[in-house]
Design a protein around this ligand. Structure first.
Ligand code: AHG
Ligand code: MN
Ligand code: MN
Length: 342
C-alpha cells in the first residue's frame, strides 16, 4: 500500500498522489500548488493583522502613505489576481463578489474555482482563527471563458476542496476524493508539511457547535435536538460539550479532528434568508466533501445530503448540519420529526 510519509512537502504529496487518478494530466496538481502560494501569502498577511493600528487600517493609509485594504478584501483580490492567470481555470466565483469572475484571456483552462477568501470575518479583529475555503469543479462548457453554469454544479461533482485555517498554526486541509490530508505551515521556511495524513473524523461527537443566541428563532425540531445533546445520558456520551467560535472553518476543523457536530439551521431571524446563513458553493459544499471523505456526513435541515443539492444561484444559502456521522444520523432523525428513545 502507498504510505504517506509524515513531513513531506505538500507539493511532493500532490505529485506522489497523482497516480491515484489515472486520467490525471497534472493540471489539477499545478492548480492546487498555485492556490497554495496564494494561501501562504494570505497567512503572512493575517499574521500581521494585529499591526493594523501601526501599519494603517482599512480605508486609511499606512505610515508609508499606502492604501490599506481590509483583510477580506485583500484575500479576495489576491486569490483573484493570482489564479486568474494560472492557466488551469476558466471562471471563478467568490463570496465577496456579486458576479462570476472571468480569468485572463488566453489563460483559460478546464477547472472552476469557488472560494470564501476569508471565513469568520467577525473574528479578524479579535485574534481568533479564520480561514479560506475553496472548491474546484471540472468545467461543463467546452472551451474559452467559463460561464455561471460551470460553477452551478452539485458538490458531488467536486474534484477537489479544502481550506486553510489561520490558527495557532496555519494548516491546509484538502481532498481530491481519495481521503483527507492535513498539512502544517512552517512559517520560518514558508512550506506546508504533511502533519495529518488520512484524517478520519471520530464517529461520535464530543462537541456541538451552534449559535445558541438564535434559539428563539429556531423551529421546534432544532430546539429539541439541541436539548437532547445537552441532556445527560452517559451511554450515548451526553451531554456533549459546547464549542462555538463563529468561524465555520475553525468550528469545522475542531470537530473534524476531535469529533463534533456543527449546525447552522434555517431560522426566523431573517425571513429574507429562509435557507439559513451559510453559502452552498463557498462554505457548505466544500466542507461537506471533506466531511464525507473523512467518514463524516453533511445534510440540510430537511435531511438532504448537501452534496446532492443542485445549486440555482451563485450565492445560494443552505441550512447546514455537518460533522461526525453518528451525530448527524441522529440529527437527521430529529429533523424528520422522529426522536430516539434514549
Ligand atoms: P464570513 O465571515 O465568510 O461571512 O462567514 C461567517 C459565517 C461562518 O464563518 C460562521 O460559522 C457564521 O458566519 C457565524 O454566524 P453567526 O455570527 O450568525 O453565528
Ligand atoms: Mn464564510
Ligand atoms: Mn468570507
Amino acid at each position: 500500500m502507498h504510505t504517506k510519509p509524515l513531513g513531506i512537502t505538500v507539493s511532493r504529496h500532490i505529485l506522489d498522489n497523482q497516480h491515484l487518478h489515472p486520467e490525471a494530466t497534472g493540471e489539477l496538481s499545478s492548480l492546487l500548488i498555485e492556490l497554495i502560494v496564494a494561501a501562504k501569502t494570505i497567512a503572512a498577511e493575517v499574521n500581521r493583522a494585529g499591526l493594523a493600528d501601526i501599519l494603517g487600517q482599512a480605508g486609511k493609509t499606512n505610515v508609508q502613505g499606502e492604501d490599506v485594504q481590509k483583510l477580506d478584501e485583500y484575500a479576495n483580490s489576491l486569490i483573484k489576481r493570482r489564479m486568474s492567470r494560472c492557466g488551469y481555470l476558466c471562471v471563478m466565483a467568490s463570496e465577496e463578489e456579486a458576479d462570476i469572475i472571468p480569468v485572463t484571456e488566453g489563460y483559460e483552462g478546464k477547472y472552476t474555482l469557488a472560494f470564501d477568501p476569508l471565513d469568520g470575518s467577525s473574528n479578524i479583529d479579535v485574534n481568533v482563527s479564520i480561514g479560506t475555503i475553496f472548491s474546484i469543479h471540472r468545467r461543463r462548457s467546452v472551451n474559452g471563458q467559463g460561464e455561471e453554469t460551470d460553477l452551478l454544479q452539485p458538490g458531488r461533482n467536486q474534484v477537489a476542496a479544502g481550506y486553510i485555517i489561520y490558527g495557532s498554526s496555519t494548516m491546509l486541509v484538502f481532498t481530491t476524493g481519495q481521503g483527507v490530508d492535513g498539512f502544517t505551515l512552517d512559517p520560518t521556511v514558508g512550506e506546508f508539511y504533511l502533519s495529518h495524513p488520512d484524517i478520519t473524523m471520530p464517529e461520535r461527537a464530543k462537541y456541538f457547535s451552534v449559535n445558541e443566541g438564535n434559539t428563539i428563532y429556531w423551529d421546534d425540531r432544532v430546539r429539541r435536538y439541541i436539548d437532547y445533546l445537552k441532556a445527560e445520558n452517559r451511554p450515548t456520551g451526553r451531554p456533549l460539550s459546547g464549542r462555538y467560535i463563529g468561524s465555520l472553518v475553525a468550528d469545522f476543523h475542531r470537530n473534524l479532528i476531535s469529533g463534533g457536530i456543527f449546525l447552522y439551521p434555517s431560522d426566523r431571524k431573517n425571513p429574507a434568508k429562509p435557507r439559513g446563513k451559510l453559502r452552498l458553493l463557498y462554505e457548505a459544499a466544500p466542507l461537506a466533501f471533506i466531511a464525507e471523505q473523512a467518514g463524516g456526513r453533511a445534510i440540510t435541515d430537511d435531511g438532504r445530503d448537501i452534496l446532492d443539492i443542485e445549486p440555482e444561484e451563485l450565492h445560494q444559502r443552505v441550512p447546514l448540519i455537518i460533522g461526525s456521522k453518528a451525530a448527524v444520523d441522529v440529527a437527521a432523525r430529529f429533523m424528520a420529526g422522529e426522536e430516539p428513545e434514549a
